[in-house]
Design a protein around this ligand. Sequence first.
Ligand code: ATP
Length: 372
Amino acid sequence: MTELEDELEARLREIEDPIVGEDILSMQLINDVEIDDGTASISLAFNTPFAPAELELGDEIRAAVSDVGLEPDLYAEVGREHGFDEEVMPNVRNVVAVASGKGGVGKTTVAANLAAGLDELGARVGLLDADIHGPNAPRVLPVEEQPGVTPDEKIVPPTADGVKVMSMGFLLEEEDDPAILRGPMVNNVMTHFFENVEWGALDYLVVDLPPGTGDASLDLVQTLPVAGVVIVTTPQEMAVDDARKGLRLFEKHETPVLGIVENMSRYHCPSCGDEHDPFGRGGAEEMVESYDVELLGQLPIHEDFGADGSELPAVKLDASPVQDAAQSVMTDIADRLGEVNRLKVADMLELGREEDKSPVDESPQSQSGPKL
Ligand SMILES: Nc1ncnc2c1ncn2[C@@H]1O[C@H](COP(=O)(O)OP(=O)(O)OP(=O)(O)O)[C@@H](O)[C@H]1O
């Protein structure tokens, strides 16, 4: 290794993953470094575009490269060797499912805000309303048009303020028609959605799962390469009990649970100024303690979460008093997904690589991933 390579490696080794707390070389997050003509092209095993912690890491890496007098050029590249599926949805980087143990707790609200929040961060996002018995994503997001069709008969999802949205709701004749589909039909319809929707390249596909922990949810998480599941609950005892069941279901099927979002957790009374807990208190915290699961955040009861499709979700409503709370929950979800992705890389590569082999003096590889 040249002196410059040594110096760069030493600087990179000082950079710690802000969430995991280990250095990025030990975590095997650097695939390759190629130094040519004053530029260091670095391929990173990152897969969570625009998640704040990953952006921060990118900035630190750029600063380290500049410190040793080189021009930084960063790429994100992961594949099967890092534990990521490349076959089922090759153009979708992350499938994030949103689940709930029971209906009506705000699963669609969280899914829509998550999709909009990721879009707001700058990512390319799709929202698949897989709640085919009661599809209501079109009621929560301001969808501007009907789906289109490509010449080879693929469905083109309409957009809602930048988020591509696909829902069974678009295919029902009347808004209030119930989708009466059972067993294999459910699966057929969903498979059709996966195979025949022209999503294009997406950083995140947020999937609003059907409520409950029945076969429909299970089939979906088994069919899709789900990067992580967010479980939505309310503080009510019943909702928390149901959320526990969901947690066990996903764990049993080795689907990473990102954590829980407690929705409708408080009510700030605008006239008296007091905080109220109409659905009780402490359920989510108790679940976090007993089940070693993360609390991703709490969303208060507020009319801005009760969107009817005419307005943007709260996360994008600049005048809303709950926008900050929504943004903080959604960016925490992105960061938690980033943590899961980076730990996956570290785990997968731990056995596959020689200890202490430096990426800085590996033979050059061609860079093909998206720039960071
Ligand atoms: N934090 C909140 N504050 C106020 N209203 C909310 C909040 N969260 C959700 N709602 C409202 O509660 C109702 C149920 O929410 P939502 O449709 O998101 O729940 P769900 O769990 O997806 O329900 P389903 O079981 O029908 O899929 C909706 O009318 C929604 O607008």
